[in-house]
Design a protein around this ligand. Structure first.
Ligand SMILES: Nc1nc2c(ncn2[C@@H]2O[C@H](COP(=O)(O)OP(=O)(O)O)[C@@H](O)[C@H]2O)c(=O)[nH]1
Ligand SMILES: [Mg+2]
Length: 468
């Protein structure tokens, strides 16, 4: 490693390297609790420990012995908060180990990977090269704002009004709707009224998001995940459920709400895309499919609609609408992962993958059509369970063994079978699935070898394999 470090200090080496060094920016997104922080922590940990390649059989550069080492570097964008890898590892390696703190904003980390090139020309220039991997973590909720760019205030309001006609949104939106009903949409507006309407609407969205309902399609995304906009007047508006009876006046409540909606699109949504999205090379979308199984069909259907809505409007090629708005999108690989695959028995992994593929099928077609390479995997960033067997009525049944989040001793359980096809709404019966959360494993030597995982090596190969 010493020799490795010293190479960085020779300017001439640096100049030669720069001509062949490459950079790749990976964007990791997914709805909150989908496993982004744990995924990035594990990805970085696997790379930093890549020299002990036995834990990464499918990551070719490591497996073929071409990896020289990896190191964390100063991130390139100083205005973005740093991804707190050190804190996450301290928690996972604690006694007892705990899951990293939830995060609610954007962050970035840079890893430099040194490797021996396979390409004859590159070998000729220099035997060892560096690949800089920048990883950006951002809330999937913010992506839910993408479709708003195509919607007028009236069209968006209509969509929300429509979704509030069915349960559970009908009941959960009651207080907000009743407040709106007391307002005169054509009268001049008071700041306090706007604030109260926005607060009640936000409360409604947060109730929808509660694990009991687990709904995902909640717009605007910053209302539930404000990041650094918490408390900003930019977020003080909401959709309206009806139009004013006469043409709205310039200073009316309706006109002000509409103005703020447009301002949100301009100053929050577009700004985010211009600042960040244009620089992404590869996009990773994490999905906690098992959460939907546990909660039921409504949660699943809502999650599917939210993810497909995001991906449909996302640009993955020339025909995407974002490319018409902003030029220069260059994403060439799209990776979907069903996270927490250690919650199912190993023989269920293919079913979990197939299920996610089915969930995203229309988006994947769009992406392939646009020339983007896609991959779907079921993975566990940190494997918390072991495969085990039990006998039931004389039959050998495969199950998993791990320590539940709310217990101290391991249990063996059969969590339920992942369906190969998406079940009909009436087939999502209560108790069919029992995917519980687990404590992270106790690791005697977290600094000595890569975190236990399922298929992180395949993820690395898809995301980075072609760069070496
Ligand atoms: N068993 C298991 N649980 C996981 C894994 N990854 C995440 N989790 C669980 O999911 C929770 C949310 O993960 P986190 O990465 O913080 O989600 P984020 O909000 O998308 O960043 C964690 O606290 C863990 O309980 C995994 O690989 N295996
Ligand atoms: Mg996080």
């Amino acid at each position: 490693m010493k020799k490795w470090l010293s190479r960085f200090s020779y300017p001439i080496d640096e100049i030669v390297n720069r001509t062949v060094d490459r950079q790749v920016k990976l964007a990791v997104t997914g709805l909150s609790r989908s496993g982004k922080t744990v995924f990035i922590t594990s990805l970085v940990h696997q790379l930093l420990h890549g020299l002990e390649s036995t834990h990464l059989p499918f990551f070719q550069v490591a497996n073929l012995g071409h990896l020289r080492g990896a190191k964390m570097m100063q991130q390139p964008d100083l205005h973005i908060p740093s991804f707190r890898y050190d804190m996450a590892i301290a928690q996972l390696g604690g006694e007892p180990p705990t899951w990293p703190q939830p995060t609610s904003s954007i962050s970035e980390i840079r890893i430099a990977i040194r490797y021996e090139s396979r390409h004859a020309l590159l070998k000729h220039i220099s035997p060892v090269h560096t690949l800089y991997v920048d990883i950006v973590d951002y809330p999937g909720e913010w992506l839910l704002d993408l479709p708003l760019l195509e919607l007028t205030y009236e069209q968006w309001s209509e969509q929300v009004a429509h979704s509030c006609q069915a349960e559970p949104r009908l009941s959960l939106s009651k207080e907000w709707r009743e407040f709106l009903a007391t307002l005169d949409l054509n009268s001049p507006t008071a700041a306090a009224t706007l604030r109260q309407a926005a607060e009640l609407y936000t409360h409604f969205l947060l109730c929808c998001k509660d694990p009991q309902y687990g709904l995902s399609l909640l717009q605007p995304g910053r209302f539930t995940m404000p990041g650094d906009l918490k408390g900003a007047p930019l977020l003080e508006f909401c959709p309206l459920l009806e139009y004013p009876s006469s043409i709205p006046r310039e200073n009316s409540l309706f006109a002000e709400m509409k103005r703020r909606y447009e301002s949100y699109k301009e100053h929050v949504v577009k700004k985010f895309y211009l600042e960040h999205l244009v620089s992404f090379d590869r996009q990773i979308v994490l999905v906690d499919v098992l959460r939907a199984f546990n909660t039921g069909y409504a949660t699943f259907a809502d999650m599917r609609e939210a993810i497909n809505m995001i991906l449909k409007s996302f640009h993955y090629g020339k025909s995407g609408f974002l490319n018409k708005l902003f030029h220069g999108f260059k994403i060439d690989k799209l990776f979907f992962a069903a996270t927490k695959a250690d919650h199912v028995t190993p023989n269920q992994l293919p079913a979990l993958e197939r299920f996610l593929q089915q969930m995203l099928i229309s988006s994947q077609h769009h992406a392939s059509f646009d020339g983007v390479t896609t991959e779907t995997l079921a993975l566990a960033s940190v494997k918390c369970t072991q495969a085990a067997y039990t006998t039931f009525q004389g039959q050998r049944i495969s199950c998993i063994k791990g320590v539940p989040l709310d217990a101290d001793k391991p249990i063996a359980l059969f969590p339920g079978e992942v369906p190969v096809e998406i079940p009909m709404p009436e087939e999502w019966v209560e108790g069919r699935f029992n995917f519980i959360e687990f404590k992270p494993p106790r690791l005697a030597n977290i600094e000595g070898r890569g975190l236990p995982h399922i298929r992180m090596d395949r993820a690395l190969e898809f995301l980075l394999g072609d760069k070496f």
